[in-house]
Design a protein around this ligand. Structure first.
Ligand code: HEM
Length: 151
């Protein structure tokens, strides 16, 4: 198994603590990505065409939530099947194609991971540990590796 039962439990229990405010946290880590790499926002068609402030853009929030939920769910799938499954509404090849066409690069995935972990640390400081960080990192890395392998 690529993820241990303990790692899955850490991801799921911290997600349960965060889920009521998950859209706010998800948006936060995307805004952090744009602080570090401002040009990343231009990859999104709906940000290029919008006059709304980033933090008010519902499509950005929805994308951020997809990342958060898919990373969390990857932990359970990896534990159960050893593989990432992105759900019935999409597929890994489709996600790879969308990200490839939008010009999403390794550095975007790397910085997003950093921002995600930083946000989790701020959201649940009382649960934060190296093990929790590793557990979320493993889930994210496998999800991204699956997408990148098809890009
Ligand atoms: C689109 C997930 C990371 C930029 C999407 C979509 C999903 C998704 C579900 C919608 C696909 C569709 O249109 O059917 C993920 C996941 C990620 C991730 C799970 C990481 C684990 C990133 C990163 C960037 C990014 C790091 C960097 C900027 C985009 C862009 C689109 C997109 C530009 C197309 C949006 C548009 O213009 O319509 N992503 N994403 N994604 N994602 Fe990601």
């Amino acid at each position: 198994m690529v993820i241990t039962a303990k790692q899955e439990a850490l991801v799921v229990s911290s997600w349960n603590e965060m889920k009521d405010d998950a859209p706010t946290f998800a948006l936060k880590f995307f805004l952090r990505l744009f602080e570090i790499i401002p040009s990343a926002a231009k990859r999104f068609s709906f940000l290029r065409d919008s006059t709304l402030p980033l933090e008010k853009n519902p499509k950005l929030k929805a994308h951020a939530m997809s990342v958060f939920v898919m990373t969390c769910e990857a932990a359970t799938q990896l534990r159960k099947t050893g593989r990432v499954n992105v759900g019935a509404n999409t597929s890994v090849p489709h996600l790879a194609s969308v990200h490839f066409k939008a010009g999403v690069a390794d550095v975007h995935f790397e910085v997003l991971k950093f921002a995600l972990l930083e946000t989790i640390k701020e959201a649940v400081p009382y649960m934060w540990s190296e093990e929790l960080k590793e557990a979320w990192s493993e889930s994210y890395d496998h999800l991204v590796a699956a997408i990148k392998s098809e890009m």
